[in-house]
Ligand binder design. Structure first.
Ligand code: S3P
Length: 168
């Protein structure tokens, strides 16, 4: 089975992806890390040197490659992955899609500390971060909501994720 974890930046996709894959004994991929290795550049470098459009093309290409190469895997997507080029439909057709739904205050708290690693956030002044998250989340909900499973992230346990997948 292929599991695709989606959700906003800072929603815990990589954390839960690692735990879930270890427990399911299937390979784990963090799509941002795969992109970074493929280009031998950091995500902010790719955005600034080649632009977001290039990043999104690569994101789609590597999502497809990983899917074709692995019948069983857990993949933690980037926050924008489901929102471009029909990726949400592709993921739904090829596995189970789980939205880790994390509340705005928790996202804000986490992202304030990690702004500089994220090209979409690094130039936003601290006082505008909350408004940015609220707006971006609102725009992206349209895609996130299409997931097979929506799990509130802050109170989550590994058992809950596994049981939700089993009963889906
Ligand atoms: C992005 C989220 C990032 C990364 C890139 C763009 C987004 O991934 O793919 O900076 O559009 O939300 P994380 O969600 O892992 O931070």
């Amino acid at each position: 089975m292929r599991i695709y974890l989606i959700g906003f930046m800072g929603s815990g996709k990589s954390h839960w992806g690692r735990l879930l894959s270890a427990s399911m004994k299937v390979p784990f991929y963090d799509l941002d890390d795969v992109i970074t290795q493929h280009e031998n550049k950091t995500i902010p470098e790719i955005f600034s040197e080649k632009g977001e459009e290039y990043f999104r093309m690569l994101e789609k290409e590597l999502l497809t490659t990983l899917t074709e190469a692995n019948g069983n895997m857990v993949i933690s997507c980037g926050g924008g992955t489901p929102c471009f080029f029909g990726n949400i439909d592709f993921m739904k057709d090829n596995g189970k899609v789980i939205w880790l739904n994390t509340s705005t205050p928790v996202l804000l708290q986490r992202l304030m500390k990690e702004k500089n690693h994220r090209p979409l956030l690094r130039d936003i002044p601290d006082y505008e971060m909350k408004a940015f998250i609220v707006k971006k989340l609102h725009d992206r909900k349209l895609y996130y909501e299409q997931a097979h499973l929506v799990l509130p992230e802050e109170t989550l346990s590994l058992e809950q994720i596994k049981s939700a997948i089993e009963h889906e």
